[in-house]
Design a protein around this ligand. Structure first.
Ligand code: SF4
Ligand code: SF4
Length: 297
């Protein structure tokens, strides 16, 4: 059995990526499972998704704690102790990181001991789809690493994209982007050995005690110390010459990160601006520009 774990940010498409992989494997004649695990359902919050692929019926259930392949859609998650995307990867496992950096640079920077594959799928998404939505692209990468066929991927993306997109041209673009990413990654052999997760094949996922599920701050992952602006793809930049000080942007920011300076102009807290671009859309005089923000190491 092949176990694949995806790590992404809410809104990036990790859940659909796991589904594309599962559907491609199913089309190819395998048994497959795919499912997500959300924390806070908030754009930008870390999420994980899982796919199991096997030629035999899959009895194992629950989250994948010992993956053969890890697909990381956002490199800033590698610094996030809550997401912890490198945990439990099996010997011989493979890590894919969405980054502009080479595998050697990424390995060194993030202290990864497993084989690393990199590709800047955010840039490919922006170039080919016009959006930083990575679902079908990450599905293409994962299908290649999992050793699936191009036709299986094509059919899976057509099926999954058609279910969520009404615009046929966007479905076609997603198929092209997924296939581009599939071919941009060299074929690899996953060398991990078959193991069943410890104990019963059914993983016991305990119900969270009330102290965790109630709205109490329990970990640093939920405190003021957690910066949510580190994974932005775009940032808002204000043009004060055009701004009429109407304060619409201040009112509309879902994270409350826009304040007003001494001259009465709005400005944002870039440490916590998540780059949703709602302020850009809502400004009645288009005084806020959407500017590409590239993570610098
Ligand atoms: S992009 Fe604008 S609306 Fe969105 S979080 Fe940043 S400042 Fe707020
Ligand atoms: S919405 Fe536009 S015009 Fe109004 S305060 Fe914000 S930037 Fe200025």
């Amino acid at each position: 059995m092949l176990r694949v774990r995806f790590h992404g940010r809410g809104g990036q498409g990790a859940k659909v990526a796991s589904r594309v992989l599962g559907t491609a494997a199913f089309i190819e004649g395998c048994y497959a499972q795919d499912f997500p695990l959300y924390g806070a359902e908030r754009r930008g919050a870390p999420i994980a998704a899982f796919t199991r692929i096997s030629p035999k019926p899959i009895l194992e259930r629950g989250v994948i704690s010992e993956p053969d392949i890890v697909i990381i859609l956002d490199e800033t998650l590698l610094d996030d102790p809550i997401a912890n995307p490198l945990s439990g990867i099996k010997e011989g496992g493979i890590v894919f990181i969405n980054t502009a950096h080479s595998p050697a640079e990424a390995k060194d920077k993030f202290k990864v001991t497993k084989q690393v594959i990199t590709l800047d799928i955010t840039k490919i998404g922006l170039d080919m789809l016009g959006l930083p939505v990575l679902s079908t692209l990450a599905g293409g990468v994962a299908s290649r690493i999992a050793g699936l066929k191009e036709d299986s991927l094509r059919n899976a993306v057509e099926k999954e994209a058609s279910e969520i997109l009404t615009d046929k041209s966007l479905v076609t673009k997603n198929v092209e982007a997924a296939l581009y990413c599939f071919h941009a990654v060299q074929p690899v052999k996953v060398k991990t050995t078959e193991t069943i997760q410890k104990g019963s094949p059914v993983i016991d996922v305990p119900f969270e005690p009330a102290v965790i599920s109630s709205p109490t701050i329990n970990t640093t992952g939920n405190t003021l110390l957690r910066k949510t602006g580190n994974w932005r793809v775009f940032k808002p930049v204000w043009n004060y010459e055009a701004c009429t000080k109407c304060m619409t942007c201040v009112a509309r920011c879902p994270d409350g990160c826009i304040a007003v300076n001494e001259d009465g102009f709005p400005y944002t807290d870039y440490d916590n601006c998540k780059g949703c671009m709602i302020c850009v859309e809502e400004c009645p005089v288009k005084a806020i520009e959407k500017v590409r923000d590239v993570h610098a190491w």
